[in-house]
Write a protein that binds this ligand. Structure first.
Ligand code: TXA
Ligand code: MG
Length: 343
C-alpha cells in the first residue's frame, strides 16, 4: 500500500478488524495492531517470533488519548510530553485496566508514544484506536527503516505494509520510565539524556543502556544473553582512531575468512583507505547520519555475504549513545580497544 488517503483508510479498516499492518514512523517501521484487542496483539508476537515477556509500545495520535491508557499522568510526565511530543520519545507509566495483558506482557505498566510522522498519526486516526507496535522486524534482526526491509521480514506473515518512504531518524525511540521512584532511561534514542534532564531534573541511566562498555574496553565482553539488531555476520567494534583501526584489521587479517567475506563497517569517505570491503554508516562526527544509516548498513552486510565485520566505533555523545547502543547489541557486546592491542 502507498501513502495515499485511500490506502490509509484501508489500513485503518484492517486494523479495526483485528488485522496486522506494518506502518512507517519517524524512527523505524512498526508492526501495528489494535492495542485494545488482546487477540489482535497476540498475532504480532507470532508474526515476529517475539518472546511473550517483551511488552509493546502503544501509539496515540492525540494527547488526550493518553489519559485512558494509564492510571494517572504525573506532572513530570506531562512536562516530558509538552517538551517532546509528538516525537521519538516513549514514556512508561502504571497502566489502566483497558490495556490487555498481551500489550504489557503481564507488567503493571504501559509504554506510550505519540509519533511525529504525519502518516503515522493519520493511520492511527483512520483505525480509530491506539495502536500497539513493536519494530516490524523478525525478532533479533535489525529494525526495518523502509518498506522493502519490512517486506523482507514480514512477507506472508501480516495483512499489509504501508509504504511511507525511508524513516527519518532510523533507530527506535528513546524509552524512559516514570513508573519507579526516579526517572530512568531504558533505551537511548533521538531525545538525549541531556534533553531529558533539562525537563526532569534527575535521570538515571539503566545499566543495560551502555551494556558492558567499561569492562568491554579491552576485549569482547562476555555474559550477553542474546544478540539483537543482528546481521548474520560476526561483528567486532574496534575502538580507537582510523589509524588504530587499520593496524588492527591488518593484524586480524589472518582469521581464516577468505578476504571477500571480511568487511569494514566504517564512516563515509573512509572506504578509500580501508583495504577490505566496506559498508558505510554515516559521517564520523554526525550521529544523525549514523542513526539514519545504521540498520540499513547492517542489512547490506548480509546482502553482500559478509561473515566477519570490523566496525568503526561511534562517539557516544548525545544521539551517538543510541547509535552505540544498537551497534553494541548487533556486535553481541564484542568490543576491542585497538590501542591496547599494541601493548
Ligand atoms: O521507535 C519505536 O519505539 C518503535 C516504533 C515502531 O514506534 N517501536 C519499538 O518497539 O521500537 P519495540 O517493541 O521494538 O521496542 C520497545 C521496547 C522494548 O525494549 C520493550 O521491552 C520496551 O520498549 N518496553 C515496552 N513496554 C515496556 C514496559 N511497560 N516496561 C518496560 N519496558 C517496556
Ligand atoms: Mg524492536
Amino acid at each position: 500500500m502507498q501513502n495515499t488517503d485511500s490506502d490509509i483508510a484501508r489500513a485503518g479498516e484492517i486494523l479495526r478488524g483485528g488485522g496486522l499492518v506494518a506502518i512507517p514512523t519517524e524512527t523505524v517501521y512498526g508492526l501495528a495492531a489494535n492495542a485494545l484487542d488482546g487477540t489482535a496483539v497476540a498475532k504480532i508476537f507470532r508474526a515476529k517470533g517475539r518472546p511473550q515477556d517483551n511488552p509493546l509500545i502503544v501509539h496515540i495520535s492525540h494527547l488526550n488519548q493518553w489519559e485512558r491508557l494509564v492510571s494517572e499522568i504525573p506532572e513530570n510526565a506531562a512536562a516530558l510530553a509538552k517538551a517532546f511530543w509528538p516525537g521519538p520519545l516513549t514514556i512508561i507509566l502504571p497502566k489502566s485496566d483497558i490495556i490487555p495483558d498481551e500489550v504489557s506482557a503481564g507488567l503493571d505498566t504501559v509504554a506510550v508514544r505519540f509519533p511525529s510522522m504525519r502518516t503515522t498519526r493519520k493511520i492511527i486516526d483512520a483505525a480509530g484506536v491506539p495502536l500497539a507496535a513493536p519494530s516490524a522486524n523478525l525478532s533479533g534482526s535489525p529494525s526495518p527503516t523502509c518498506a522493502r526491509h519490512t517486506m523482507e521480514d514480514m512477507r506472508g506473515r501480516i495483512d499489509a505494509v504501508l509504504d511511507g518512504g525511508e524513516c527519518n531518524f532510523g533507530v527506535e525511540s528513546t524509552v524512559v520510565t516514570l513508573a519507579g521512584p526516579v526517572p530512568r532511561l531504558l533505551r537511548p534514542g533521538a531525545v538525549t539524556p541531556d534533553e531529558l534532564r533539562e525537563v526532569l531534573g534527575g535521570l538515571e541511566i539503566d545499566d543495560a543502556v551502555m551494556g558492558k562498555l567499561k569492562e568491554g574496553v579491552k576485549a569482547a565482553s562476555p555474559g550477553m544473553k542474546y544478540k539483537h539488531y543482528s546481521p548474520k555476520a560476526e561483528i567486532t567494534i574496534v575502538r580507537g582512531t582510523l589509524v588504530d583501526f587499520l593496524k588492527y584489521i591488518g593484524k586480524a587479517g589472518d582469521c581464516g575468512e577468505p578476504n571477500g567475506k571480511k568487511f569494514a563497517l566504517c564512516f563515509d569517505g573512509e572506504e578509500s583507505v580501508i583495504p577490505v570491503n566496506c559498508v558505510t554508516y554515516g559521517k564520523k562526527d554526525d550521529p544523525l547520519t549514523q542513526s539514519h544509516r545504521l540498520f540499513t548498513a547492517l542489512r547490506e552486510l548480509d546482502e553482500r555475504g559478509a561473515e566477519r565485520v570490523f566496525a568503526r566505533c561511534p562517539s557516544t555523545d548525545g544521539v551517538g549513545m543510541a547509535v552505540y547502543n544498537r551497534l553494541l547489541r548487533a556486535a553481541g557486546f564484542s568490543v576491542v580497544n585497538a590501542n591496547e592491542t599494541e601493548e
